[in-house]
Design a protein around this ligand. Sequence first.
Ligand code: GLU
Length: 325
Amino acid sequence: MTPDPATADGEALFVPLVAGGALPDPRLLPAGPVTRFAPAPTGQLHLGHLVNVLYVWGIARATGGRVILRIEDHDRQRSRPEHEWSILEDLERLGVTPDEPPLAAFNGDTPYRQSDAGDAYEAAVARLRADGLVYACDCSRSTFDRYEAERGRPFHGIGCPGECRSRGLAEDGDVGLRVAVGAGSERWVDLLVGPMADEPAATGDLLVRDRVGNWTYALCVVVDDMRHGVDLVIRGRDLLDATPAQLRLASLLGRERPPRFLHHPLIRRVSGQKLSKAEGDTAIRSLLDDGRTPAELFGLAARLAGARDTDAAIDPADLASVFAA
Ligand code: GLU
């Protein structure tokens, strides 16, 4: 995906970057945004999450915004309640508090946990179905791989490699559900990366329910951001490519004003590998247990992300200072 120099909707023509492209221009940050921290309880919080916590709480506090905590356990096979508990505990130990909901809400069913919000996803898919956009698809990962092996290029474009939309498969078999995202580009101005344009169909129609019956990340995140009134999505650059399809889906679901996006740098190992949740050495819990203070860890996260030049400690109550004018 390449930044698009021509921008849409009269928004900023370019986004000035400072301190190595890790800090947004404070003048471009919206006032009073609703943002969210949305971890998947498939492992423990690690340093990569800490960078996200720094950006989410730091920007919310610098702009008079609000932070929603959402537990993204749409993947029922990989999510574990013990990981959810450890995420809540780690946030408390780090000294950051969501504005919504209170942590005690997670003691029971809550609309802020995806596995409790199935009705909302069902209703969203029903709406898309009524518009003729939903179809059953029996393509698997290997169908996409076979397509690539046979043609020498990955599947790109409308539909899916098996052309399932025209096959009229029943929805209740061993099938996933896809939403036809349609042609054309989506344009947006990323508050850190700059003006962007790309096609929602870059990797085919969007899978909204997988073959084992899980609502997918792509569906849940869009529906949740709508129902929770999130208007500023702050997340890592690994999700930049997911943005055009999410913008298109939001618009198909009737969202009038799309959220703004800020995709921040990711921390990688020197070897270039992404941090994995399974790696204990970067788990926040182990670092705190080893006696590192939250302020030291936020200082480390800010330096690793390129937002600060040094590891100087940053008090959890003062994360706004990293992003303030
Ligand atoms: N749940 C995703 C994660 O843990 C974040 C999704 C998002 O911010 O859009 O990486």
